[in-house]
Design a protein. Structure first.
Length: 478
């Protein structure tokens, strides 16, 4: 019997798990994928929104501002990449200035600090590559950028270190209320738990509707993105938004914490909850829109494109709390943008809710810090040479684009909740995220994974499931 089962190991589920590990409780995170951060949390804008956009008085607005305020301290505690680079909402027409003023007033009401409407001259001082026709912008110095993989993995590792259990490759298929607990049916058997937390992203409405007569509806909203090479990483230094329209914030152009430029997303409502494929139309749309706010955007430097799905709830609001007609079932649903920004606050809110409902005592052995993977490229020459002398694997470059060493890959495999697939290594080390997009380093990374896990290379996958890279039979086996 578990005290709490969390469905979903995305950023919300892992944030909740980490905050629950502050208390004495038997907690399990169940995830159908092979790793944490395999859904919405891995494919998004990587933006920490300041909090001026969400409607004043909404839960979304409150948690966005609180999450943004918590992010910097959390990044230092858990050692993931975050930068407060500031954001600009660009107004392209004088007729739209009243809308920019309303956005400013909404942000002030939400408690966002340092907001300012800047004129065209000041805008171009802040961001020279903004289009010449821009007339003004909303400047939000508290806006930031983050590594979404780094954040989610850090939360999960810290939760695991503090006693939270994780089960991967375990899909939840049903939920049955018992007299004083829930029976969680999975493809690997039944799990008994006193409380369930539904943090299942685009599937959160499916699980809610299994247990409640009051239905909710989530639409998968696809967002296409392009990622530009680090050679043009200084093209913009702030996150450049366009004024919000019917489908949200429009296409942004922003630096990433790793030195790339990201462009996107589109906002296309679809029915397929697994429909994360890009389309020519979507990529064409984001390219056209991006060039309205930023001039001479070097789209010839695109190294990859991808798409992610946002869990758009019909009321465009976070749904967090105990379901009225399903006692001990806690929803964490409709977590679309600014969900990543809000995650630290969501974790605290849900954990404290469960602490109060269950009377949980503090965990006296809680460790609130975590150290990330050692990066030799960030060391001085003397420090790097000393490290290589002690551990030669740190002198063996596996990914030349991102200068990732065998030592870093070994750390990624053997640390808490270690990587088991090529994508698992990539999310933890960036091996394969460079210009050649894993064309060079995949075979060597495959060899290392197979060696360290003690399995044939044919058993190693790109991203779990049936995504094997080596298939078919050898001549010797025929």
């Amino acid at each position: 019997m578990y005290d709490i089962v969390i469905i979903g190991a995305g950023v919300s589920g892992c944030a909740i798990a980490r905050e629950l590990s502050r208390y004495q409780a038997k907690v399990l995170v169940v995830e159908r994928a092979e790793d944490v951060c395999c859904g919405t949390s891995k494919a998004n804008s990587a933006i920490v929104h300041a909090g001026y956009d969400a409607a004043h008085g909404s839960l979304m607005a409150r948690l966005n501002v609180e999450g943004s305020r918590r992010m910097e301290a959390l990044s230092k505690e858990l050692d993931f990449e975050y930068k407060r680079n500031g954001s600009l909402v660009v107004c392209l027409d004088k007729e739209d200035l009243p809308g920019l003023q309303k956005l400013y007033e909404n942000g002030v009401a939400n408690g966002v600090e340092g907001l300012e409407i800047v004129d065209a001259e000041r805008l171009h001082e802040l961001e020279p590559n903004v289009t010449d026709t821009a007339v003004a912008a909303l400047w939000a110095p508290t806006g930031g950028i983050v590594c979404p993989f780094g954040l989610t993995i850090a939360l999960a590792e810290n939760a695991y270190t503090n006693g939270v259990e994780f089960r991967f490759n375990t899909e939840v298929t049903g939920l049955t209320p018992a007299e004083d607990h829930w029976e969680v049916q999975t493809e690997n058997g039944v799990i008994d738990t006193k409380y369930v937390v539904n943090a299942a992203g685009v599937y959160a409405d499916v699980f809610h509707n299994m247990v409640s007569a009051k239905k909710i509806h989530i639409t998968p909203r696809r967002g296409d993105y392009c990622l530009l090479d680090r050679s043009v990483g200084g093209f913009v230094t702030h996150t450049v938004f366009q004024q919000p329209g019917k489908y949200g914030k429009g296409v942004l152009v922003s630096p990433t914490v790793h030195g790339n430029i990201i462009v996107g997303p589109t906002a296309i409502d679809i029915e397929d909850r697994e429909g994360n494929n890009t389309t020519a139309a979507g990529l064409g749309e984001l390219t056209e829109k991006a060039q309205k706010s930023v001039k001479n955007l070097p789209m010839r430097q695109v190294i990859t494109s991808f798409a992610g799905l946002r869990a758009h709830e019909d009321g465009h609001e976070f749904i967090i709390g105990e379901v009225e007609d399903a006692p001990r079932f806690i929803d964490c649903a409709g977590i679309e943008s600014p969900g990543l920004s809000s995650a630290p606050a969501i974790g605290v809110m849900v954990a404290e809710m469960l602490r109060d409902k269950m009377g949980l005592a503090e965990n006296p052995n809680f460790v609130g810090t975590r150290k990330g993977i050692l990066r030799p490229s960030e060391l001085s020459l003397e420090e790097r040479n000393e490290l290589i002398h002690k551990e030669p694997a740190y002198g063996n470059i596996i990914c030349r684009c991102e200068m990732v060493t065998e030592g870093e890959i070994l750390d990624a495999i053997h640390r808490p909740l270690g990587a088991k697939s090529l994508d698992g290594v990539k999310r933890r080390t960036r091996a394969g995220m460079g210009r050649c997009q894993a064309g060079f380093c995949s075979p060597r990374t495959l060899e290392i994974l197979a060696r360290e896990w003690g399995v044939p290379q044919s058993e190693i996958t790109k991203s779990g499931g049936h995504s094997k890279l080596i298939v078919g039979e050898s001549k010797d086996s025929l």
